[in-house]
Design a protein around this ligand. Sequence first.
Ligand SMILES: Cc1cc2nc3c(=O)[nH]c(=O)nc-3n(C[C@H](O)[C@H](O)[C@H](O)COP(=O)(O)OP(=O)(O)OC[C@H]3O[C@@H](n4cnc5c(N)ncnc54)[C@H](O)[C@@H]3O)c2cc1C
Length: 257
Amino acid sequence: MLKIQKYVRAESLEEAYQELIKNRNNQIIGGMLWLKMEDRVIPSAIDLSKCQLDSIEENENEFKIGAMCTFYQLETHEALNQMCQGMIAKSVRDIVGVQFKNMATIGGSIYSRFGFSDILTALLCLDCDVVCYKKGQIALKEYIHEPYEKDILTHVIIHKRKMKAAFECVRRSSTDFSVLNAAGALIDHQLRICVGARPHKAEMIEIEEQCDLQDILKQVHEAMPCESNMRASKEYREHLRDVLVEKVVNELKGEKA
Ligand SMILES: Cc1cc2nc3c(=O)[nH]c(=O)nc-3n(C[C@H](O)[C@H](O)[C@H](O)COP(=O)(O)OP(=O)(O)OC[C@H]3O[C@@H](n4cnc5c(N)ncnc54)[C@H](O)[C@@H]3O)c2cc1C
């Protein structure tokens, strides 16, 4: 059972950060959907809801998404989804249900970098940065390999690019975790392909647009191996990986699956 000894609703990011580093077990809280399932004691749980991190700001170059924005805000943001042909909306659409998506935060999800994450797979193939209070701004493709440091993820920035994008996943039932997920984007004649829930977390590779499917699959095999866990075997995942990557590539190249 989760036990919280002190609840702090920080007035500023500096206050939140100072509280966070007081004890290595102190935690920032997002939607608390994951945290509430843990069996641990949190000396100080730090709520960011007064820190103005709950909106998606748009300017001519980027979308700046506050860490407390929910999956439902991402799913229903018109301009963001117009840029990527609804790929972000599709990546969160089947996650549990609307009430859940009104609580799950992008900050909690990207900070956690879960292997099964659908939104991580989707964002990784876009031109995307993460902003942390102490560490500053870093490309998402680098952030996924960083250690879990005591820091506050404040924003996710999606740079505006002309693109085609696609997302596919397979779940054994509608509200279950993805057995495997795949996303792709075609930006400046470069294909970016991501595969997640292998069950390892998503990785991204960049490939020249003119590569044929066999070359793409060969590179995907090398860079994104699959493993077994309780949800699926290695062999089944390898099969799904090839099928989903082919579907994504066909969508990006405008060919019929
Ligand atoms: C039953 C269930 C089913 C799910 N199914 C799916 C699914 O199908 N696909 C999918 O992609 N995801 C799924 N998830 C994961 C979910 O979508 C969220 O990613 C997850 O709950 C974390 O988001 P949260 O806002 O609840 O974070 P919390 O639980 O509040 O926090 C998670 C971790 O992140 C840290 N944290 C939170 N915010 C910040 C921040 N701003 N800066 C630094 N650290 C922070 C916390 O300290 C904690 O360690 C599921 C989760 C549950 C519980």
